[in-house]
Design a protein around this ligand. Structure first.
Ligand code: NAD
Ligand code: MG
Length: 385
């Protein structure tokens, strides 16, 4: 790469965001052009002092004011609100936008980046679950490249690069196989899941991530969301996407082709590879970190248990129904997980809330953005009561 690439990191203070900054620090050729955060201005200030971005966007208006005062001695310009995040995401000088915001709050800034034709390193899967049809159609129109950062989807993206005939895409791919770690509750019965605590749900065996995705991984909703994410990213029908539980998180996902060849991407569990690949694609750069040693442990594969992990079954159901049902699934899950993390509902109430919202929803076949946002707001309001 000859020219310095300007990277915008949405959600710079989170797990994906901080690891994206590590990649920028370790590799030449990338500059942290703009950083966003919701309210953690202490960490954002430290990042600003270390990386000297041109812009910082803080969604919480009060916190934006506080940050402005704190960093008055720097050259970084502070923007505020969702508009601020949208502005940096679509800035003419931005090359790649890493979407590390958690949840549906990522939708508008992601869409702003797509509308501006940017390359997206997409971590914020909820955006594709809730408004994938709109985002993918817009990307086609503007030429915005959406490169997955989610490790499974990065693995599929890399495996698909082995294809030779792009014209026969639909007939050549027979199946996408998403791998799932199974989370901390793999093998537990329905009864054993009754009294799960927040601390138990936050204890993931293989990955260290933000709170919401960690709870989603425990319930297997994360895998459900990833099925819907894969459906959008790779335009494959629901019946061509399957899930295998793979406890070691070494095989990050696979593609089975029509001739029964299966191509997979393997590696130690480290999000920095998919983050870096989204920035460097189609090139690969050397990377620090653990090399894979396949002699160390056996690789195992099991079928998931959707009867026990009902969130997975609900996500598949929402994907089969389509339209606004995936918005309801996503919004209800997000609201319920937030209530669970706040100690307001129990672990098994998460799935009960999602099911109730899905059962009472009148599906809109092709919802407009305003309808999606309205449905999410309604679901949130109802669950918060
Ligand atoms: P996190 O909780 O660690 O960080 C979330 C970031 O989003 C923070 O920077 C926060 O400031 C920002 N944010 C939160 N609420 C916001 C709001 N209302 N408006 C604007 N910004 C807001 O989360 P994470 O684990 O980094 O996950 C981020 C996204 O990446 C999620 O969609 C997750 O599913 C996806 N993802 C994460 C991992 C991982 O390893 N962490 C892996 C795959 C996919
Ligand atoms: Mg994943």
């Amino acid at each position: 790469m000859n020219q310095m690439k300007n990277i915008v990191i949405l959600g710079a203070t989170g797990s994906i965001g901080t690891q994206s900054l590590e990649v920028i620090e370790e590799q030449k050729g990338f500059r942290a052009f703009a950083l966003s955060a919701h309210s953690n201005i202490e960490l954002l200030e430290a990042q600003i002092r270390a990386f000297r971005p041109v812009y910082a966007a803080v969604t919480d208006e009060e916190k934006a004011k506080e940050l402005k005062i704190k960093i008055a001695d720097t050259d970084t310009k502070v923007l505020s609100g969702v508009e601020g995040a949208c502005e940096i995401a679509s800035h003419p000088e931005a090359d790649t936008v890493i979407t590390g915001i958690v949840g549906i709050a990522g939708l508008r800034p992601t869409l702003a980046a797509v509308e501006a034709g940017k390359r997206i390193g997409l971590a914020n899967k909820e955006t594709l679950v809730t408004a994938g049809d709109i985002v993918m159609a817009k990307a086609k129109e503007t030429g915005s490249e959406i490169i997955p950062v989610d490790s499974e989807h990065s693995a599929i993206f890399q495996s698909l690069a082995a294809r030779v005939n792009k014209e026969n895409y639909e007939t050549e791919i027979s199946r996408i196989i998403l791998t799932a770690s199974g989370g901390p509750f793999f093998g537990k019965t329905k009864e054993e899941l009754e009294n799960i605590t927040v601390a138990e749900a936050l204890n993931h065996p293989n990955w260290s991530m933000g709170a919401k995705i960690t709870v989603d991984s425990a319930s297997l909703m994360n895998k459900g969301l990833e099925i819907l994410e894969a459906k959008q990213l790779f335009s494959v029908p629901m019946d061509k996407i399957s899930v295998l539980v793979h406890r070691q998180s070494i095989v990050h996902s696979m593609v089975e082709f029509a001739d029964n060849a299966v191509i997979a991407q393997l590696g130690t569990p480290d999000m920095k590879l998919p983050i870096q690949y989204a920035m460097t694609y189609p090139e690969r750069l050397p990377m620090e970190g653990n090399k894979l040693d396949l002699t160390q442990k056996p690789l195992t594969f099991d079928l998931p248990d959707p009867d026990t992990f009902r969130c997975l079954a609900l996500a598949i159901e929402a994907g089969n129904t389509g339209g606004s049902m995936t918005t309801v699934l996503n919004g209800a899950n997000e609201a319920a997980v937030s209530l669970f993390l706040d100690g307001k509902i129990g672990y098994t109430d998460i799935v009960k809330n999602i099911r109730r919202e899905m059962e009472t929803h009148q599906v809109i076949a092709n919802p407009a953005l305003e309808e999606i946002l309205a449905i999410e707001a309604e679901v949130y309001k109802r669950l918060a009561k």
